[in-house]
Write a protein that binds this ligand. Structure first.
Ligand code: SAM
Length: 329
């Protein structure tokens, strides 16, 4: 098992398939993009599936989430998903995506066994989308969401980051729209993970503010805490349910004490936290000929060193040198 020194057990593996993205969301990367990882440094599809299999078959991983960068840009995605869903014991397999290309890929991904998707959408307005993501692709995202729903990749979850003066006036319309479509909306507090290091606490729309914005229009009742378990989102029943909305207060309401996540970057580094400043290199060991058992031991040792919390509120907090797109959000 992947147990840390505080007794937490990591069962939820987030795997970044690429650091590249076809959007340039302002809270993530600069308009000109970043220096992408050279191809030779990226794990191959076989290497990814080998490490995921070690996680699932030997180390107790029960959920695998593919992310990035933008995972739909990875040509072998459908193959990677189908090889993951063929593992025993069968893990839950999901995808976090910006939805561009999902209109075409939702059906093949569902056929490969993908269980569900989280699609990022910060606005209902194509002009705001273009301003925020520096690309005119709003219609593609909406089409991707609809295709995911048709393909049965449910519950279709929508991730939204609110920014002051940009889209914070859309909290209510976004929730109303998601309720109409049957999607589950989750608001995520903006975190200090942008490559430009432009995050500021004052600019962040907090979980409290989000709940205040929504409570003016909807009746929100906290969902059963028992059910939350290790999930990052605090969930609320909307107008008596069954529809729900989630709020992920990563900064102001941290959930590190129940964190069950571990991450694998696109270049084969184990990370215990989005905000970790240390990584453990599985790729080099794997390419040097390490056995599955040796890789599992390295992974166990890496997770044992997991820190108690992300420490954003510590005076000594340092933003990790890798941006979100290179870690895998
Ligand atoms: N490209 C995919 C997508 O758009 O969902 C997957 C990767 S993206 C890094 C994963 C999620 O992280 C998205 O929902 C995105 O909005 C969120 N994200 C990126 N930077 C963030 C930040 N600084 N704070 C909070 N969420 C962020």
């Amino acid at each position: 098992m992947l147990r840390d020194s505080f007794g937490r057990v990591a069962t939820d593996l987030r795997v970044s398939l690429t650091d590249k993205c076809n959007l340039r969301c302002t809270y993530c990367m600069p308009p000109e993009g970043l220096d992408w990882l050279p191809n030779a440094q990226l794990l191959t599809a076989d290497e990814i599936v080998r490490l995921v299999a070690i996680g699932v078959e030997r180390l107790g991983v029960t959920e695998v989430r593919y992310t990035g960068g933008e995972p739909l840009l990875r040509r072998e995605l459908v193959d990677i998903v189908s090889r993951t869903t063929a593992l025993e014991p069968r893990p839950q397999v999901s995808l976090t995506t910006n939805g561009i290309g999902l209109a075409r890929l939702a059906e093949p991904l569902a056929a490969a066994g993908l269980d569900r998707v989280n699609v990022s959408l910060d606005t209902l307005d194509p002009a705001t989308f273009k301003r925020l993501a520096h690309r005119d692709r709003h219609a593609d995202v909406i089409a991707g969401l609809a295709a995911a729903d048709r393909a049965g990749l449910r519950p279709v979850k929508v991730n939204t980051v609110l920014m002051r003066g940009v889209n914070d006036h859309e909290a209510v319309p976004l929730l109303r729209w998601c309720l109409e479509q049957g999607y589950e909306l989750r608001f995520i507090e903006q975190m200090p993970l942008d490559a430009q290091h432009g995050w500021s606490r004052d600019e962040m729309v907090t979980a409290d503010e989000i709940l205040q914005l929504l409570s003016g229009e909807f009746d929100l009742a906290a969902d059963d805490l028992e059910e939350r378990g290790s999930a990052p989102a605090e969930r609320f029943l909307v107008d008596g349910g069954p529809a729900r909305v989630g709020v992920i207060g990563s900064v102001t309401r941290p959930f590190c004490g129940s964190c069950d996540r571990v991450r694998l970057t696109a270049d084969g580094q184990v990370r215990n936290c989005l905000f970790a400043t240390e990584e453990s290199d599985l790729k080099t060991a794997m390419r040097a000929g390490a056995s599955d058992e040796e890789l599992a031991e390295r992974w166990i040792a890496a997770v044992a060193r997991k820190r108690a919390g992300h420490g954003i509120d510590d005076p000594s907090f340092l933003q990790p040198s890798r941006p979100m797109s290179a870690i895998g959000g």
